[in-house]
Write a protein that binds this ligand. Structure first.
Ligand code: NAD
Length: 292
């Protein structure tokens, strides 16, 4: 019998991920702040819940897909939270991208209540969530990972146990460093090519066939060509992630010069009012620096 899932956070990522579980036959009860997302869950065969408490009460596996550390902490703790209301023995899988430190603290808080905690952030964007092709990076007890792996494999194609509590988040922070630096490099190339009068579509074609090829160059191609940045992954969320990698790297004495520059450029994009755009809008920052 498939485990009963409680899903908290039905946003850009959470909605299609929960729907993939429903398609695979898992019973899913969901809770989120936007009523229309609850209607969408019901239309897909899920059960909407009016509160976290109601959503998690009967669940075998509780998944959170929330924006950031404060939301995960708020939903986990307190009288109405996951830890107080999940049944002992339940698995709490946080798939949001938060700091490794907060993830480790959640695991520590869950232990005396008999709630086992895993961190399992993802990469692959909205398209990966819809197609069920995410990369899932998991931290926590290996036995707990093995138990929930069939659920995670419904959501992603690359599902890897990375080590103890927090390590999934550490790998995700590294992922966000690579992606932001890659977008910035592509954006600089786009401005350079455009100002040089080279046909951009042709340039991106040939770049994509050589060592410069990347998932960013491939999947953000239309954004770069059309200068359109519908989210996708918002600059605001990437700003949060650059904060996570910056402080986690400080804690372990890793020095990230390129990371520091890119974190500043992401912060600048946000300060210039681009926070709600897709992170490919780093291109707008390079255009501003180059005078348009
Ligand atoms: P989103 O803002 O679209 O969705 C967040 C959801 O959480 C919303 O539906 C909101 O109602 C819900 N929520 C917030 N506070 C809540 C609360 N107190 N109780 C119940 N529900 C609450 O965000 P998203 O783009 O889906 O991203 C979610 C997480 O996944 C983030 O940590 C993000 O960094 C990460 N992520 C996003 C992408 C992407 O491409 N969008 C890719 C990989 C990872």
């Amino acid at each position: 019998k498939l485990p009963r899932i409680a899903w908290i956070g039905l946003g850009v990522m959470g909605s299609p991920m929960a729907e993939n579980l429903l398609k695979a036959g898992y019973p899913v009860t969901g809770h989120t702040l936007e009523p229309h997302k609850l209607d969408r869950l019901a239309a897909a065969g899920g059960t909407p819940a009016g509160s976290v408490r109601e959503a998690v009460a009967r669940a075998d596996v509780v998944v959170t897909m929330l924006p950031a550390d404060p939301e995960v902490t708020a939903v986990a703790h307190g009288d109405d939270g996951i830890l107080a209301n999940a049944r002992p023995g339940a698995l709490f899988v946080d798939m949001s991208s938060i700091s490794p430190r907060t993830s480790t603290a959640l695991a520590t808080a869950g232990a005396p209540r008999g709630v086992r905690v895993l961190d399992a952030p993802v990469s692959g964007g909205e398209a990966g969530a819809i197609e069920g092709t995410l990369s899932v990076m998991c931290g926590g007890e290996r036995a707990d990972f093995e138990e929930v792996a069939p659920v995670l494999r419904t959501l992603g194609t690359t599902v890897v146990h990375c080590g103890p509590h927090g390590s999934g988040q550490t790998v995700k922070a590294a992922n966000q460093l690579i992606v932001a630096a890659n977008i910035q490099a592509c954006a600089e190339a786009v401005v350079f090519l455009t100002k040089s009068g080279v046909d951009l579509a042709a340039a991106l074609d040939v770049l994509g066939g050589g060592l410069a090829a990347s998932a960013v160059l491939d999947r953000k191609r239309e954004n770069f060509l059309g200068r359109e940045y519908p989210p996708g992954f918002r600059i605001d969320l990437h700003h949060k992630d650059m904060g996570i990698v910056t402080s986690a790297a400080r804690e372990v004495g890793a020095v990230l010069p390129l990371g520091a520059v890119v974190a500043t450029l992401v912060a600048a994009a946000r300060a210039q009012g681009d926070g709600a755009l897709d992170h490919s809008a780093l291109l707008r920052g390079v255009e501003r620096l180059s005078g348009g």
